[in-house]
Design a protein around this ligand. Sequence first.
Ligand code: PMP
Length: 385
Amino acid sequence: SNDRVLNFSAGPSTLPLSVLEEVQRDLINYKGTGVSVLEMSHRSKPYDAIIRDAEATLRRVLNVPSNYAVVFLQGGGTGEFAASYLNLFASKSVRAKQAKLGRALSCDYVVTGSWSKAGMKEVQRLGGHVNTVIDGVDGKYVGVLPVSQWKLGKPEETAFVYYCDNETVNGVECRPETVVDAVDPSVPVICDMSSNMMSRPIDIKRFGAIVAGAQKNMGPAGVTIAIVRDDLLERDDDPAVLHNLPSVLDWQYYNKGGSMPHTPPCFTIYVCGLVFKWVEKLGLDKVEQLREERAKIVYDVIDSHPEFFKGPVNKQYRSCMNLVFNLPTKELEAQFVAEAAQQNMIQLKGHRSVGGIRVSLYNAMTIEGAQAVAQFMQSFYDQHR
Ligand code: PMP
């Protein structure tokens, strides 16, 4: 493991070394079963124990109330853009509200960055009506407009309110309370937590559904997690309800099938289960404390040289997971990324759509890792200011 580098990738991203070592130990012969989890039937007893244990651990770690389903899905965060909309419009309560209104309900999108925008566009693609509650701050993804400036739809005309708790590309992180406090309690809030789930405790009962790809804080790529309030899974008897809802996007189909109505991404779920255990052992409060600590180490360097490290995001909404900034020139940015790589710090380039630098500090990044990149930034500044 000495030849491992510091991996600041935005996802798939660094995993806890102890988890990788456990996977390695059990890779060829999983706990005396004589087979690898890679080869195991999802209908076998040992696999059933793996997936049930993963779900139970996630429920304990996130303190998931008993009236919420937890399902492991496929299709990534992107699949959930469509699934959120399609499942809500198949639910009994949304259909009843729509019948009462006599026309299509709209979907409220709180757009704070490119992923919530992508979620909104997917609904438009599927023919849904969207209402843009906000679109960044004057079109720029640098924070969240005050709630007094939001254009929320009327509760009786709105199917759900959707937002993204952490915008991975833009480095904007919301506070769940900001949204759930602003929304009428009769309207379910749907949240994309792909890049900050399991980095801090959340009050799940304030949400209709939370969806997240695993590949940042929770495990390798290949599985998506949805936590859905029971009542949103209730359906009318009318079979037409399901006409626009393919089984692979149907939360109820997965819930009834114990997250494996068809072949699940077995190995990914197994590794996620180990990561959940790792988080549980640390404790979610400690995980939150560490995430703030790591981010502060890097933001302190940014804040001491704001004319050199230009962070676009309003301080109140700066992400602890994805720290974005620009350097005075594109040439310096390229040099920064290249020199960091020479010092075994990789994946510091900003997302291709926005450029600049992005330092992703997920749960498995150590404090020492954050200190190393902060020291590198300081010495880069000293050389080039
Ligand atoms: N939402 C967020 C917040 C993301 O960061 C990503 C991917 N980085 C997605 C959605 C899309 O997820 P996927 O690539 O798994 O489809």
